[in-house]
Design a protein around this ligand. Structure first.
Ligand code: PLP
Length: 504
C-alpha cells in the first residue's frame, strides 16, 4: 500500500510536498478547472506523511492505531483520484495532507449521537429522543455513575436489595398504588404484564383499542409475543359493557384497556370506561389492566393543557394495574412503569422476563430524580423541561421569533424571505393527537419560487449540517421553525455564521 517517497526529480510535486505552493509548470496536465493534475507516484509514503509535524501532533494526541488507519485510508482515496486523473496538486501539499488527515481523525472520533435543536413544534418527538431530562436527573446521573452505588444493596441491613425499591415508594405515593415495578420502557411493561398474567390464557380487548404505536408496537403482536390469546370484543367505533361480559369465560386471564393515544375515534362512538369495566371484571375475580401510554402524573387541564388520564385516576376507577412510559408526559428517562395491586406486581416481578427487561442503573437514577420533582408540584413547570415547554407562554415564544428574525434573515441573504408566523405545534409521542398547541415561529421561503421544493430541501439539509443540527419542517412551500422548544435563542444565533451565505 505504501508508496515510495517521490524523488526530488519530480520537481513541482516534490516542492509541493515540501510545503512550497509554487505554480505548476505550464506543461503539467491540468483539470478542466485549471488545477495541475499529479500522478499517484507524487503521493508521499505512509511514514513520510506521519512524520510531518502536524501529523506527529495527531499521533501524540490520538495514538498510532487510529491515526495510521486514517492516514492509510486518506492515501488510498487520493491514489484512486490520481489513477482517475483527477488529483490536483494543491491536495497533496504538506499542509493539505495534514489538514485532510486531521479532519478524518476528528470525524471518526465525533459521536454519531448528537444534540439537535428540535424546532419541529412537536415537544415529545419520538425521533428526537422524547422528553428532555430535568437538571435534577442529569445531576443524579453525574453524581452516581462514576462510583459504585446501592442499586441492589439494602444499606439498612447490609443485605442484598431490590432495585425497584429505589422508586417504588415514590411511585406508590404519587399514584396511590399498593406496589410498583419498573422496566425498560412501556412496551416492555405491557409485554411483561401480559406474559406474567395471561400466558396461555385469554386477554379481552375492545376492537377500538387494538392500537399500533410507531409501527413496532402493535397490541395484537405484543399479546402473541407474551403468549396471551387476544379476544377482541365490540367494533371499531362502539364497544359496550355486555361485549366484555359475554366474552368472559373459563380461560379469561384479564380485561385490558388501551389508551388510544395516537388517534381518536370520533362520531358515533361508545367505549367502556375503566370505572364501568372494573366491577364486571371483579365479579369474575379478574383484573383490569390499563395501558395508559403517556401517563401524565399531574392534571394537565390544571396547567391549561388538554386533559389526559392519570395513573392515579385509573387506579381510583378500579383498575388493578396501570402501565405507562417514563419519557412521555412524565418527562423522565425511557422507562416502563407498572403500578397497582401488590399481589399482581409480585407475580410480574417474579416472572423470568423481568430480569431481561429490567431498568438499568442510568435511567433508574434519572427516573428517581424526576419522580422526586413531583413532590414539589408547584415547581414542576419550572424544573421539568417537558412541562415547562408545554406550558411556555405564547408571548414568550413570539418574543423569541421576533428576536431571531433579523439574524436569520441576514444569515440567509436576499434569496430568502423570513417572516414571523403563528404555528400549531403538538405535544407528541402519541399524546393527545388531535390537540394542537398554539405556537409561533419563523417561516422561510425562497424569493424565487421556480424551484422552491429543491431549494427548501437544500436549506433543510444545510440546517441539519450545522454543528448543533436544526430540525424544522417543510409545509406549504416554506421551511417552518417552531420556536416553542428553543428556550435560548443563542443556541441558534451562535451557529448561524456556519450557514453558507446565500444558503444553500
Ligand atoms: C407509547 C405507548 C406505548 C409504548 O411505550 P414505550 O415507552 O415507547 O415503549 C405503549 N402503549 C401506548 C398506549 C403508548 O402510547
Amino acid at each position: 500500500m505504501d508508496q515510495p517517497l517521490p524523488s526530488v526529480a519530480h520537481g513541482a510535486q516534490a516542492q509541493h510536498l515540501a510545503g512550497t505552493d509554487t505554480a505548476p509548470s505550464t506543461t503539467a496536465p491540468q483539470r478542466p478547472d485549471g488545477a495541475a493534475i499529479v500522478p499517484a507516484k507524487a503521493l508521499p509514503a505512509l511514514d513520510r506523511l506521519l512524520r510531518l509535524p502536524a501529523c506527529s501532533a495527531l499521533l501524540e494526541a490520538h495514538g498510532a492505531t487510529l491515526v495510521t488507519q486514517e492516514a492509510r485510508a486518506l492515501l488510498a482515496g487520493l491514489r484512486s483520484q490520481a489513477v482517475a486523473g483527477t488529483l490536483a496538486a494543491q491536495h497533496i501539499t504538506d499542509a493539505a495532507l495534514a489538514d485532510a488527515l486531521a479532519l478524518r481523525v476528528h470525524a471518526r472520533l465525533a459521536p454519531r449521537m448528537q444534540a439537535v435543536l428540535n424546532l419541529t413544534g412537536t415537544v415529545l418527538h419520538t425521533n428526537l429522543g422524547r422528553a428532555v431530562l430535568p437538571q435534577a436527573a442529569l445531576a443524579q446521573i453525574q453524581a452516581l455513575m462514576a462510583q459504585p452505588n446501592n442499586l441492589e444493596y439494602d444499606l439498612a441491613s447490609g443485605a442484598r436489595g431490590d432495585r425497584d425499591s429505589l422508586v417504588e415508594g415514590l411511585l406508590c405515593e404519587l399514584t396511590g398504588a399498593e406496589a410498583a415495578t419498573v422496566v425498560n420502557n412501556n412496551a416492555a411493561a405491557v409485554l411483561l404484564t401480559l406474559a406474567a398474567l395471561a400466558h396461555g390464557r385469554e386477554a379481552i380487548v375492545s376492537r377500538g383499542e387494538l392500537v399500533e404505536i410507531g409501527g413496532a408496537f402493535r397490541l395484537p403482536d405484543v399479546m402473541a409475543s407474551a403468549g396471551a390469546r387476544l379476544v377482541e370484543v365490540g367494533t371499531t367505533n362502539r364497544t359496550h359493557p355486555r361485549d366484555y361480559e359475554n366474552a368472559i369465560g373459563e380461560h379469561t386471564a384479564l380485561l385490558m384497556k388501551v389508551h388510544t393515544s395516537n388517534y381518536a375515534v370520533q362520531g358515533f362512538t361508545a367505549s367502556v370506561s375503566e370505572a364501568q369495566l372494573a366491577p364486571i371484571a371483579h365479579v369474575h375475580g379478574l383484573p383490569v389492566v390499563t395501558d395508559l401510554g403517556s401517563g401524565a402524573l399531574v392534571d394537565m387541564a390544571a396547567l391549561g393543557l388538554p386533559p389526559e388520564p392519570t395513573p392515579q385516576q385509573m387506579l381510583a376507577a378500579g383498575c388493578d394495574l396501570v402501565t405507562f412510559s417514563g419519557d412521555k408526559l412524565l418527562g423522565g428517562p425511557q422507562a416502563g412503569l407498572i403500578v397497582g395491586r401488590k399481589a399482581l406486581i409480585e407475580r410480574i416481578k417474579k416472572h423470568p422476563m423481568k430480569r431481561a427487561l429490567r431498568l438499568s442503573k442510568l435511567p433508574l437514577a434519572a427516573l428517581e430524580a424526576t419522580l422526586r420533582l413531583y413532590l414539589r408540584p408547584e415547581h414542576l413547570t419550572r424544573e421539568l423541561p417537558t412541562l415547562r415547554l408545554l406550558t411556555r407562554p405564547l408571548a414568550d415564544i413570539e418574543a423569541t421569533a421576533q428576536a431571531l428574525l433579523p439574524a436569520l434573515q441576514q444569515a440567509l441573504g436576499s434569496r430568502w424571505q423570513v417572516e414571523q408566523v403563528a404555528l400549531q405545534g403538538q405535544i407528541g409521542s402519541g399524546s393527545l393527537p388531535i390537540e394542537r398547541l398554539p405556537s409561533a415561529g419563523l417561516a422561510i421561503a425562497p424569493v424565487h419560487t421556480k424551484t422552491s421544493g429543491r431549494q427548501l430541501e437544500a436549506l433543510a439539509t444545510a440546517l441539519r449540517r450545522l454543528p448543533t443540527p436544526v430540525i424544522g419542517r417543510i409545509a406549504q412551500d416554506r421551511l417552518l421553525l417552531d420556536l416553542r422548544c428553543l428556550e435560548d435563542p443563542a443556541d441558534l444565533t451562535r451557529q448561524l455564521h456556519a450557514l453558507p451565505m446565500e444558503a444553500p
